[in-house]
Every structure is written in structure tokens, then in C-alpha cells.
Design a protein around this ligand. Structure first.
Ligand SMILES: Nc1ncnc2c1ncn2[C@@H]1O[C@H](COP(=O)(O)OP(=O)(O)OP(=O)(O)O)[C@@H](O)[C@H]1O
Length: 667
């Protein structure tokens, strides 16, 4: 009998035998139940070797965006776990609740064979089409399991051994699976036991880290059965408000704790602790429970449940920042009016921009890296800066690095810095790199698509471990960064061409914000007015524009986007010398292009009533604009002058007028 036939017969025997699953060990009963589902509900043929389904990049991006907060915490756990299993050839996958792989850590050298086996980003392991497998069956059963070699339904997967554990969010919602897989494992099933324990342990750690993060503003009561360990890792966790009401419970707490039997709570609801008071769960008085925070030895900190009389060692963790009032999880952070304003200043009545800015406002202060995409000049850096200014990091540095502008030979030392003595000559003194300078604040990596491949690998390590190793240093330095990257290139295409690392791409795009081209925006008049006001005040001149000139500008295609618009308006303001801007003040190419369009040039040239822009608040605005431009160019006056279309002397004059002083040189 062939191996394929043997595999198929084994499975079909189980499917048709109807043996009671209760007689089997827990893992085998999960596998057999899955075989039955695959044969009868999903109508899959075990003799096939189908390719694992890989989701399209847009679907994958959608999955990543839905899981962006969770990804950050999960990645930290995966990296620790990988250190234990990488030498044994295992790879790690994280999937969403549907089985789509949203993060992955593996060995680059086997990249192709892993991809072929479906151990890669975007692979969809849902049991419905992938048959019995570690991830798909873990999702279907919401239980930890090992799918070892011939446990797989499809004969094409029998080389694999996969162990998966389900992950739940702090409110008990199913989030997906953490999986540890190996391409070709030893035959003996027992080889997977330790992996199973590790996978489960790290799964719980990821859940608990999510829990601690979500309830960081609440008291957390940690309970465990091993006294001395409860201060470092309690098994059960409850989040409480100041009155002792339970606002969150981790999976172990939900499994093990019950509310006291009372007439008004039906028995099936007694595991649902949220919304009830602690006294419904524990016999101790509330004052005694608060006292658990006071440095008593863990052996004396024991509380007993009312339901089963089970005693637990307890530790109380204080809120990171005490909330001024109780806030439910659903209500989230209170809107910060300043934040709304900073982002809202970037656009007028344009549907796409409004949607983008709403999304941006929701991303502020979230622990996710952001990738901004858009044509050159669409305002990627302006948006990055606004995200920084509206965040809690606003008072910390915003360091913009243009990866395309730094020569390849210098980019490594510029980014990572170097220790004294690493180089000879002028660079012998040592220098903090740009990444370290951004510590506590935001690192903006512009034109990330132009970063050399070898540096992408180093950057990936920095982003994962939040540590940098300056050139010539023997110890890494911890950095606390929010990273925003931008590119006008199609990074997916670069991944296809092998010039951009796929794992770095997914690391950077915890969330993506795609800026529309200016020609697609319906708020051009808003931008014209805003830029005119700002520039006129910088130039200490009057700004108004005739309807004809405005109409012409509104019809222009703006291939250079907002940057081109700004340059055109500066040009026109200089030429108009305080008079209202007319068509004759606009650059000739713009007028020529308009005349070659549908509207007759004569009509455009007609004198028209002058529209006066309201300019009262212009002075304050313009000092900010100049400051923004100077910061963007790291106080390089020549570059700033170039961007603003002014000469260097004018920039110096205006800095003086607005009392703008460059920061002291960084040493
Ligand atoms: N919303 C806006 N309001 C006013 N000016 C803006 C706005 N967006 C962009 N600008 C101006 O347009 C110019 C280009 O902006 P920015 O440098 O942010 O674009 P970019 O997309 O990062 O460009 P590149 O791809 O070349 O790096 C700058 O002078 C900036 O001040």
C-alpha cells in the first residue's frame, strides 16, 4: 500500500468508526474531532497536497491593521520565545482569529522552503481549507494542541510538526493563535512536549502583558498558588477600580473564579466577573484586600474565595498613572482638544483626508509603528510631525532622517552613532547617532525604501529589541522610540524585487496612512488660503488673491503636490509685492498649462473682484511655519531657504524677527 493510501485509510477509518472521543487522550481527541470536521463538514480529501493559501497584500494589511496593538506585545513575546527554539530549527507564527499569519519569525536561510510549506506571512491556516493543522485546529477548538506529522489531514503536510496555543484579549475575546512549527521533526511525538509547554507559557505571557497594558491605569490583583512567585508572575489577574469593582479578568481568573451563589445571578453567569464587586468572589473584607499592597511577606498575603474556599497568595499592583475618575475600557482615552486641532489643521473639506486624519488621531500614543505613503510633496513629513506634536511625546525630540539624502557610506554611523576612537581624524570624538537622539521621542525615517539592505537588518533588530549598538561599542543602549516611516515608493514591489526586507516592512507598518495626491483632494482652496496666510505673514506682506487666479490654481493638476503649491504661492506673493495676486503674478508654466486646457486663457485673464483672505492670525502661524521648516532641515539654513523659496539672508532676518534661535549644537 502506498504511503498516501495508508494515510488516507487511517483518517477515513477514524472518520467512519464513530469511536467515542472520551476514551482518547486530550490531544488525540482534538485531532480526531478535526478529521471528522474536515471530511464531513469541509469535504476535504486527505490524499491531496494543496498549496497553503496566501492572502493578498491588501487583505494581509487589513488583518495587520485590525491587530496592530496586539501585534506589538505579541512580537516581544515571540522574540523571547524564538531565542529558546531557534537552534532546534523551529519557526514562530502569529495568526489572527481567522488563521491568517500576521507575524512570523524564522531563519532567513530557509526562507524559500518555509514559504513553500506555508510557514510565512499571509499564509492562511484555517482548517476549512488547510485541513487539520496546529493553527487551524487550535482556532476551531480554542485549545492548545500539537499537530504532529501524520496528525495533519492533508498528506502534503505530514512532514510538519506544529504546536499552537490560543490567545485571548483582556475581555476574553478570541484573538488568534501563537504557533511553533518545524519543517521536518523527529518521528517521536514526545519530542514536542517541551515545545508545547513553552508555547503555552509564552501564550499566557503575551495575554498577561496585553492585560497589564490595557489595565495599566487600574489596580491589578494578582493571585497564585505558589507564594513566593506571586510577586513576579501570578496566574490569575483581576483589574479593579478604586471601589473594588472588577473591570477585567484574565483567562485563568475567568476559568477559576466564580461569583458567590446568590439568587439574583443565574449559575451560568457566575463565571462572568466583570462589573461585580470583589466581595462577590472573596471572603476577605475590602480593606484587607487593599492592605495587600503594604509590604507584607507573600506567605501572609492570602485571600480565600467564597465559592470553593480556595486560598490564593495575592499581590496588588498599583496603577501606572492613577485615573482621575473611573474610565471603562470601552470608553478609551479622553480626546485631547489640542491633538484634534493639530491634525485637523492639515486639511479642509476633503473626505479622504478627513478619514485619514480621524484614523491618525486614533493612532496617536498607540504603541504601533506607522508607515506614511504618498507621492513626493504630499505632506508625509508634515503629517509625521503633526502626529508627534499631538502625542504625549510632543516635548521630546522629533528626529527626521532622510534615508535617501545621507550617503550610503555615512548612513550607518549617522543612524547608530559611534564611540570615541572608532574612526581616526575629524570623526575621532564619537557621536550619538540619530536613533539615540530620538530617545523618548519620535524617529521619522523618510524615504525608507532607499535604505541599504544591510542596514535594514540592523534597523529591524533595533525596532524589535529597542536597543542599538553604536559602532565600536561593546554594550547595547536601550532606546524608547516611536517610529514613523515614510516612502513614496511601492515598498511591496521592492520586496518582490528583493531590495526591501518583508519582515521590516511589516514591522514598520503597524498602521498605514496613505496621503492622497493633491490633484485628488477637494480642499485645495483651504490649502491655498492657509499657505498664503502663513507665507504672507513670514514675508510681512499682504495676501489676497483674485477669483481668476484662484480659479486657475484650483484647476491646476499639481504634479509636485503641496510642495509645488507652496512654491507657486511664494513666487506669486513676491511678485505681487503686497497687491492682490493676479494671473500675471503666477509662474508662466502654470498659466501656460491652464491655457492649453479646456478653459480659454482670455477668460482666465479677465480682471476679477479681489478676494481678501482673512489674515489676522497669520503672524503667529508663520513663525510656526518657519520653525517647522527649520526643524525639518535640522536647522540647515540653505535647505530651509530652498524649500521656502527664499534667500538665506531673508531666513536669518525672519528668525531674528520671530526670536527663533537654533538649539545649541549637539555633542
Ligand atoms: N497640510 C499642509 N499644509 C500646509 N503646507 C503643507 C501641508 N502639507 C505639506 N505642506 C508643505 O508641502 C511641502 C512638502 O511637505 P513634506 O515635506 O511633508 O512632503 P513629503 O511628502 O514628506 O515630501 P517628500 O516625499 O519629498 O519627502 C512642505 O513645504 C510643507 O510645508
Amino acid at each position: 500500500m502506498t504511503t498516501v493510501q495508508h494515510h488516507v485509510d487511517r483518517i477515513l477509518r477514524v472518520v467512519h468508526a464513530h469511536e467515542p472521543l472520551a476514551t482518547l487522550d486530550a490531544n488525540t481527541s482534538l485531532i480526531h474531532r478535526s478529521w471528522r470536521r474536515c471530511a464531513t463538514e469541509h469535504a476535504l480529501d486527505p490524499g491531496l497536497r494543496p498549496d497553503v493559501r496566501i492572502e493578498t497584500s491588501s487583505r494581509l494589511r487589513e488583518c495587520l491593521q485590525q491587530n496592530e496593538e496586539h501585534l506589538h506585545v505579541a512580537r516581544a513575546g515571540m522574540e523571547q520565545l524564538y531565542k529558546h527554539v531557534s537552534a532546534l530549527g523551529y519557526v514562530l507564527l502569529l495568526t489572527d482569529a481567522d488563521g491568517v499569519t500576521i507575524d512570523y519569525i524564522g531563519n532567513d536561510t530557509w526562507d524559500q522552503s518555509l514559504k513553500r510549506a506555508g510557514l510565512a506571512l499571509g499564509a492562511n491556516w484555517n482548517e476549512i481549507h488547510a485541513g487539520t493543522n496546529g493553527i487551524g485546529t487550535c482556532i476551531a477548538e480554542q485549545a492548545t494542541l500539537t499537530c504532529h506529522r501524520e496528525d495533519h489531514y492533508y498528506v502534503g503536510h505530514v512532514g510538519l510538526s506544529c504546536t499552537s496555543t490560543p490567545l485571548f484579549d483582556p475581555l476574553g475575546g478570541f484573538m488568534g493563535a501563537l504557533d511553533v512549527s518545524v519543517l521536518s521533526s523527529p518521528d517521536v511525538r514526545e519530542s514536542q512536549h517541551l515545545i508545547r509547554h513553552l508555547t503555552r507559557l509564552y501564550g499566557r505571557m503575551i495575554e498577561d502583558a496585553n492585560f497589564m497594558h490595557q489595565f495599566r491605569e487600574h489596580w491589578i490583583l494578582r493571585l497564585g498558588t505558589a507564594g513566593p512567585l506571586v510577586d513576579v508572575c501570578g496566574e490569575l489577574m483581576l483589574a479593579l477600580d478604586r471601589d473594588g469593582k472588577i473591570v477585567g479578568a484574565n483567562a485563568d481568573a475567568r476559568r477559576n473564579l466564580r461569583l458567590l451563589e446568590t439568587t439574583h445571578i443565574p449559575s451560568e453567569m457566575r463565571g462572568n466577573l466583570v462589573g461585580h464587586h470583589l466581595s462577590g468572589v472573596f471572603g476577605s473584607r475590602i480593606d484587607d484586600i487593599w492592605r495587600l499592597t503594604k509590604g507584607t511577606a507573600s506567605d501572609e498575603r492570602i485571600i480565600v474565595t467564597t465559592w470553593e474556599g480556595q486560598g490564593y497568595h495575592a499581590a496588588m499592583i498599583a496603577p501606572k498613572a492613577a485615573p482621575s475618575r473611573y474610565r471603562t475600557v470601552e470608553s478609551g482615552a479622553q480626546p485631547n482638544p489640542r491633538r484634534e486641532q493639530i491634525l485637523q489643521r492639515l486639511a479642509g473639506e476633503d473626505h479622504r483626508m478627513q478619514q485619514l486624519l480621524d484614523r491618525a488621531a486614533r493612532l496617536v500614543d498607540k504603541p504601533v509603528n506607522i508607515l506614511i505613503q504618498g507621492e513626493t510633496g504630499t505632506g508625509k513629513e508634515v503629517l509625521a510631525r503633526a502626529l508627534h506634536d499631538s502625542s504625549r511625546r510632543a516635548d521630546q525630540p522629533f528626529i527626521a532622517v532622510n534615508c535617501a539624502a545621507i550617503p550610503e557610506s555615512l548612513i550607518e554611523s549617522e543612524l547608530f552613532g559611534y564611540m570615541p576612537g572608532t574612526f581616526t581624524g575629524a570623526r575621532s570624538k564619537g557621536m550619538k547617532g540619530l536613533i539615540q537622539r530620538a530617545d523618548g521621542g519620535t524617529l521619522f525615517l523618510d524615504e525608507i525604501g532607499d535604505m541599504p539592505l544591510q542596514l535594514q537588518t540592523r534597523l529591524l533588530r533595533t525596532l524589535s529589541e529597542r536597543e542599538i549598538l553604536p559602532l565600536g561599542a561593546d554594550r547595547p543602549v536601550h532606546v524608547n522610540l516611536h517610529v514613523i516611516a515614510a516612502s513614496h515608493r511601492d515598498l511591496r514591489r521592492q520586496i518582490g524585487a528583493g531590495t526591501f526586507r518583508e519582515d521590516l516592512y511589516y514591522r514598520l507598518c503597524g498602521a498605514t496612512l496613505a496621503l492622497p495626491a493633491l490633484r485628488e483632494r477637494t480642499d485645495k482652496e483651504f490649502l491655498i488660503t492657509r499657505i498664503l496666510r502663513a507665507e504672507a505673514s513670514t514675508m510681512q506682506t499682504e495676501a489676497s488673491i483674485s477669483d481668476a487666479a484662484l480659479a486657475l490654481l484650483l484647476r491646476h493638476e499639481w504634479p509636485g503636490n503641496v510642495r509645488e503649491m507652496r512654491n507657486v504661492l511664494c513666487f506669486a506673493l513676491s511678485l505681487a509685492e503686497g497687491e492682490p495676486i493676479e494671473i500675471r503674478h503666477l509662474p508662466q508654466e502654470i498659466v501656460d498649462l491652464a491655457s492649453s486646457g479646456s478653459e480659454p486663457a482670455a477668460a482666465l485673464a479677465l480682471p476679477a473682484p479681489v478676494r481678501a483672505a482673512s489674515l489676522e492670525s497669520a503672524a503667529a502661524d508663520s513663525a510656526n511655519e518657519l520653525l517647522e521648516a527649520l526643524r525639518r532641515h535640522h536647522w540647515n539654513i540653505t535647505e530651509t531657504a530652498k524649500e521656502l523659496g527664499l534667500c538665506r539672508a531673508t531666513i536669518y532676518r525672519r528668525m531674528k524677527r520671530h526670536d527663533i534661535v537654533p538649539p545649541t549644537q549637539f555633542s
